[in-house]
Design a protein around this ligand. Structure first.
Ligand code: FES
Length: 275
Protein backbone atom coordinates (compact mmCIF):
# COMPACT_ATOMS: atom_id res chain seq x y z
CA UNK A 1 0.00 0.00 0.00
CA UNK A 2 1.11 3.55 -0.65
CA UNK A 3 2.80 5.43 2.15
CA UNK A 4 -0.07 7.93 2.07
CA UNK A 5 -2.13 7.58 5.25
CA UNK A 6 -4.77 4.93 4.74
CA UNK A 7 -7.36 7.14 6.44
CA UNK A 8 -7.18 9.55 3.54
CA UNK A 9 -7.89 6.71 1.13
CA UNK A 10 -10.61 4.86 3.00
CA UNK A 11 -13.97 6.09 4.26
CA UNK A 12 -15.44 3.51 6.62
CA UNK A 13 -18.86 2.27 5.61
CA UNK A 14 -21.81 2.39 8.00
CA UNK A 15 -22.79 -1.06 9.26
CA UNK A 16 -25.28 -2.95 7.15
CA UNK A 17 -26.95 -2.11 3.92
CA UNK A 18 -29.43 0.72 3.41
CA UNK A 19 -32.34 1.19 1.06
CA UNK A 20 -31.85 4.24 -1.14
CA UNK A 21 -33.77 5.89 -3.95
CA UNK A 22 -32.70 6.31 -7.53
CA UNK A 23 -33.11 9.97 -8.41
CA UNK A 24 -31.98 9.91 -12.05
CA UNK A 25 -31.07 7.52 -14.82
CA UNK A 26 -29.30 8.49 -18.03
CA UNK A 27 -27.15 6.80 -20.63
CA UNK A 28 -24.02 7.45 -22.66
CA UNK A 29 -23.95 5.07 -25.58
CA UNK A 30 -24.27 1.59 -24.04
CA UNK A 31 -23.35 2.83 -20.56
CA UNK A 32 -25.92 3.62 -17.90
CA UNK A 33 -25.53 6.17 -15.12
CA UNK A 34 -27.80 6.10 -12.08
CA UNK A 35 -27.87 8.72 -9.34
CA UNK A 36 -28.78 7.57 -5.83
CA UNK A 37 -29.82 9.57 -2.79
CA UNK A 38 -27.62 8.22 0.04
CA UNK A 39 -28.11 10.56 2.96
CA UNK A 40 -26.86 8.27 5.74
CA UNK A 41 -23.39 7.55 4.37
CA UNK A 42 -20.16 9.55 4.65
CA UNK A 43 -18.41 10.81 1.51
CA UNK A 44 -16.50 8.04 -0.29
CA UNK A 45 -12.90 8.29 -1.48
CA UNK A 46 -12.17 8.01 -5.23
CA UNK A 47 -11.52 4.37 -6.08
CA UNK A 48 -13.74 2.94 -3.35
CA UNK A 49 -16.71 0.80 -4.32
CA UNK A 50 -20.22 -0.15 -3.21
CA UNK A 51 -22.29 -3.34 -3.32
CA UNK A 52 -25.59 -2.81 -5.16
CA UNK A 53 -28.77 -4.83 -5.55
CA UNK A 54 -32.12 -3.60 -6.71
CA UNK A 55 -34.80 -3.64 -4.00
CA UNK A 56 -37.24 -5.49 -6.26
CA UNK A 57 -36.78 -8.45 -8.58
CA UNK A 58 -33.36 -9.43 -7.27
CA UNK A 59 -32.99 -13.15 -6.51
CA UNK A 60 -35.80 -15.65 -6.29
CA UNK A 61 -36.78 -15.38 -9.94
CA UNK A 62 -36.03 -17.72 -12.77
CA UNK A 63 -32.70 -19.35 -11.92
CA UNK A 64 -32.59 -16.98 -8.92
CA UNK A 65 -30.31 -14.65 -10.88
CA UNK A 66 -29.18 -12.07 -10.09
CA UNK A 67 -28.53 -13.16 -6.52
CA UNK A 68 -25.34 -11.67 -5.08
CA UNK A 69 -25.07 -7.87 -5.05
CA UNK A 70 -22.78 -6.34 -7.65
CA UNK A 71 -19.59 -4.46 -6.76
CA UNK A 72 -19.36 -1.13 -8.57
CA UNK A 73 -16.90 1.72 -8.14
CA UNK A 74 -18.72 5.00 -7.78
CA UNK A 75 -18.51 7.47 -10.63
CA UNK A 76 -18.78 10.59 -8.53
CA UNK A 77 -20.28 11.84 -5.30
CA UNK A 78 -20.78 15.59 -5.82
CA UNK A 79 -19.63 17.67 -2.85
CA UNK A 80 -22.41 19.27 -0.87
CA UNK A 81 -24.97 16.67 -1.91
CA UNK A 82 -26.11 13.28 -0.62
CA UNK A 83 -25.77 11.80 -4.08
CA UNK A 84 -23.61 8.98 -5.31
CA UNK A 85 -23.49 8.11 -9.01
CA UNK A 86 -22.71 4.79 -10.68
CA UNK A 87 -21.61 4.03 -14.24
CA UNK A 88 -21.93 0.57 -15.73
CA UNK A 89 -22.87 -1.48 -18.78
CA UNK A 90 -25.47 -4.21 -19.04
CA UNK A 91 -23.21 -7.24 -19.35
CA UNK A 92 -25.03 -9.83 -17.23
CA UNK A 93 -28.11 -10.49 -15.08
CA UNK A 94 -27.03 -8.12 -12.27
CA UNK A 95 -26.11 -5.14 -14.39
CA UNK A 96 -29.13 -5.83 -16.61
CA UNK A 97 -31.46 -5.48 -13.62
CA UNK A 98 -29.63 -2.39 -12.35
CA UNK A 99 -29.80 -0.82 -15.78
CA UNK A 100 -33.61 -1.05 -15.69
CA UNK A 101 -33.88 1.11 -12.57
CA UNK A 102 -35.63 4.42 -13.11
CA UNK A 103 -35.98 7.50 -10.93
CA UNK A 104 -38.21 6.70 -7.96
CA UNK A 105 -37.22 3.04 -7.73
CA UNK A 106 -35.06 1.77 -4.90
CA UNK A 107 -31.96 -0.32 -4.38
CA UNK A 108 -29.94 -1.78 -1.54
CA UNK A 109 -26.59 -0.12 -1.11
CA UNK A 110 -23.65 -1.06 1.15
CA UNK A 111 -20.36 0.76 1.28
CA UNK A 112 -18.17 2.59 0.56
CA UNK A 113 -15.68 -0.28 0.76
CA UNK A 114 -12.00 -0.74 0.08
CA UNK A 115 -9.10 1.64 -0.36
CA UNK A 116 -9.00 4.33 -3.02
CA UNK A 117 -6.28 6.24 -4.85
CA UNK A 118 -3.41 8.14 -3.24
CA UNK A 119 -2.20 11.43 -4.74
CA UNK A 120 1.18 11.56 -6.53
CA UNK A 121 3.82 11.31 -3.80
CA UNK A 122 5.89 14.08 -5.39
CA UNK A 123 2.88 16.32 -5.96
CA UNK A 124 3.54 16.00 -9.68
CA UNK A 125 1.51 15.15 -12.74
CA UNK A 126 -1.27 12.56 -12.62
CA UNK A 127 -2.03 10.54 -15.72
CA UNK A 128 -5.35 8.67 -15.72
CA UNK A 129 -5.70 5.64 -17.99
CA UNK A 130 -9.11 4.05 -18.37
CA UNK A 131 -10.63 1.30 -20.45
CA UNK A 132 -14.37 0.87 -20.99
CA UNK A 133 -16.43 0.85 -17.84
CA UNK A 134 -13.17 1.19 -15.90
CA UNK A 135 -13.26 4.93 -16.40
CA UNK A 136 -15.75 5.22 -13.49
CA UNK A 137 -13.31 5.55 -10.56
CA UNK A 138 -11.08 7.80 -12.66
CA UNK A 139 -13.88 10.32 -13.07
CA UNK A 140 -14.15 10.69 -9.29
CA UNK A 141 -10.36 10.97 -9.07
CA UNK A 142 -10.23 13.61 -11.79
CA UNK A 143 -12.94 15.55 -9.94
CA UNK A 144 -10.65 15.67 -6.92
CA UNK A 145 -7.33 16.27 -8.66
CA UNK A 146 -8.69 18.86 -11.04
CA UNK A 147 -8.24 19.26 -14.75
CA UNK A 148 -4.46 19.01 -14.46
CA UNK A 149 -5.03 15.26 -14.38
CA UNK A 150 -4.77 14.21 -18.01
CA UNK A 151 -6.95 11.30 -19.07
CA UNK A 152 -6.32 8.66 -21.73
CA UNK A 153 -9.42 6.58 -22.39
CA UNK A 154 -9.84 3.49 -24.52
CA UNK A 155 -13.07 2.00 -25.86
CA UNK A 156 -14.22 -0.65 -28.28
CA UNK A 157 -15.79 1.78 -30.74
CA UNK A 158 -17.28 5.26 -31.12
CA UNK A 159 -20.56 4.21 -29.54
CA UNK A 160 -18.80 3.10 -26.37
CA UNK A 161 -16.58 6.19 -26.52
CA UNK A 162 -19.69 8.27 -25.77
CA UNK A 163 -18.96 7.24 -22.18
CA UNK A 164 -15.97 9.59 -22.20
CA UNK A 165 -18.46 12.42 -21.71
CA UNK A 166 -18.49 11.68 -17.98
CA UNK A 167 -14.90 12.92 -17.76
CA UNK A 168 -13.25 16.20 -18.64
CA UNK A 169 -10.78 16.60 -21.51
CA UNK A 170 -9.45 13.23 -22.50
CA UNK A 171 -7.51 11.67 -25.36
CA UNK A 172 -9.46 8.80 -26.89
CA UNK A 173 -8.49 5.54 -28.50
CA UNK A 174 -10.83 2.98 -30.04
CA UNK A 175 -10.18 -0.57 -31.16
CA UNK A 176 -11.81 0.04 -34.54
CA UNK A 177 -10.58 3.60 -35.08
CA UNK A 178 -14.10 5.05 -35.20
CA UNK A 179 -13.16 7.71 -32.62
CA UNK A 180 -9.78 9.08 -31.64
CA UNK A 181 -6.59 7.08 -32.04
CA UNK A 182 -7.01 3.79 -33.92
CA UNK A 183 -5.50 1.32 -31.49
CA UNK A 184 -4.94 0.69 -27.82
CA UNK A 185 -5.05 3.25 -25.06
CA UNK A 186 -1.71 1.86 -23.89
CA UNK A 187 -0.19 3.16 -27.12
CA UNK A 188 -1.25 6.64 -26.04
CA UNK A 189 0.23 5.93 -22.62
CA UNK A 190 3.58 4.88 -24.10
CA UNK A 191 3.75 8.12 -26.06
CA UNK A 192 3.01 10.15 -22.93
CA UNK A 193 5.53 8.30 -20.76
CA UNK A 194 8.22 8.54 -23.40
CA UNK A 195 7.48 12.25 -23.86
CA UNK A 196 9.70 13.08 -20.93
CA UNK A 197 7.41 14.60 -18.27
CA UNK A 198 7.31 12.52 -15.10
CA UNK A 199 3.94 11.29 -13.95
CA UNK A 200 2.11 8.97 -11.61
CA UNK A 201 -0.23 6.67 -13.52
CA UNK A 202 -3.71 5.73 -12.27
CA UNK A 203 -5.43 3.00 -14.25
CA UNK A 204 -8.65 1.03 -14.29
CA UNK A 205 -9.94 -1.19 -17.06
CA UNK A 206 -9.85 -4.73 -18.43
CA UNK A 207 -7.19 -7.05 -16.96
CA UNK A 208 -5.14 -7.18 -20.15
CA UNK A 209 -5.03 -3.38 -20.31
CA UNK A 210 -4.01 -3.18 -16.65
CA UNK A 211 -1.30 -5.77 -17.15
CA UNK A 212 0.07 -3.80 -20.11
CA UNK A 213 0.05 -0.65 -17.95
CA UNK A 214 1.79 -2.50 -15.11
CA UNK A 215 4.57 -3.82 -17.36
CA UNK A 216 4.98 -0.50 -19.18
CA UNK A 217 5.30 1.45 -15.92
CA UNK A 218 7.61 -1.14 -14.38
CA UNK A 219 9.98 -0.97 -17.36
CA UNK A 220 10.13 2.83 -17.06
CA UNK A 221 10.19 2.99 -13.23
CA UNK A 222 6.97 5.04 -13.33
CA UNK A 223 4.80 4.85 -10.17
CA UNK A 224 1.36 3.44 -10.90
CA UNK A 225 -1.78 2.59 -8.97
CA UNK A 226 -4.20 0.09 -10.47
CA UNK A 227 -7.88 -0.27 -9.55
CA UNK A 228 -8.47 -4.00 -9.98
CA UNK A 229 -11.63 -5.96 -10.48
CA UNK A 230 -12.57 -9.29 -8.98
CA UNK A 231 -15.66 -11.30 -8.34
CA UNK A 232 -16.87 -10.09 -4.94
CA UNK A 233 -19.41 -11.99 -2.90
CA UNK A 234 -19.39 -10.04 0.37
CA UNK A 235 -17.37 -6.85 -0.22
CA UNK A 236 -16.07 -6.61 3.36
CA UNK A 237 -13.45 -9.29 3.87
CA UNK A 238 -15.47 -12.31 4.95
CA UNK A 239 -15.50 -14.67 1.97
CA UNK A 240 -11.94 -14.51 0.60
CA UNK A 241 -13.38 -14.68 -2.91
CA UNK A 242 -11.44 -11.66 -4.08
CA UNK A 243 -7.85 -12.55 -3.18
CA UNK A 244 -5.00 -11.66 -5.52
CA UNK A 245 -1.36 -12.69 -5.30
CA UNK A 246 1.07 -9.88 -4.46
CA UNK A 247 4.76 -9.79 -3.62
CA UNK A 248 3.70 -9.64 0.05
CA UNK A 249 1.33 -12.60 -0.17
CA UNK A 250 -2.37 -12.81 -0.88
CA UNK A 251 -4.52 -9.73 -0.41
CA UNK A 252 -8.28 -9.27 -0.41
CA UNK A 253 -9.16 -6.72 -3.05
CA UNK A 254 -12.24 -5.60 -1.14
CA UNK A 255 -10.17 -4.69 1.94
CA UNK A 256 -6.61 -3.97 0.78
CA UNK A 257 -7.72 -2.81 -2.69
CA UNK A 258 -9.34 -2.41 -5.08
CA UNK A 259 -6.51 0.10 -5.68
CA UNK A 260 -3.07 -1.46 -5.33
CA UNK A 261 0.37 -0.15 -6.18
CA UNK A 262 1.42 -1.74 -9.46
CA UNK A 263 4.87 -2.44 -8.00
CA UNK A 264 3.46 -4.88 -5.45
CA UNK A 265 1.64 -6.97 -8.05
CA UNK A 266 3.05 -10.03 -9.74
CA UNK A 267 0.44 -9.63 -12.43
CA UNK A 268 -2.72 -7.59 -13.04
CA UNK A 269 -4.39 -10.58 -14.70
CA UNK A 270 -6.63 -11.25 -11.71
CA UNK A 271 -8.82 -14.36 -11.62
CA UNK A 272 -12.53 -13.77 -11.88
CA UNK A 273 -12.20 -10.29 -13.34
CA UNK A 274 -14.16 -9.14 -16.32
CA UNK A 275 -17.50 -10.54 -15.13
FE1 FES B 1 -15.52 -11.28 0.24
FE2 FES B 1 -13.45 -9.76 -0.57
S1 FES B 1 -15.39 -9.99 -1.50
S2 FES B 1 -13.49 -11.16 1.09
Amino acid sequence: MSAVAEGSRRTLAPLGRRRVSVTRRCSYGPYVVIHCHDESAPAPRPGQFYMLASAERWGGGEGERPYLPRALSFLRAPAGTDEVHFFFEDVGPGTARLSELEAGEELWLAGPFGVGFAPPSDGGRALLVGGGVGIAPLAAWQDELGLDADALLGFRDAQHAEGAAVMAAAQLATDDGSAGHHGLVTELLAAELDGGEEATVYACGPPRMLEAVRVMCSERAVPAQLALESGMACGFGACFGCVVATREGYKRLCLDGPVLDAAELLTALTPGAGH
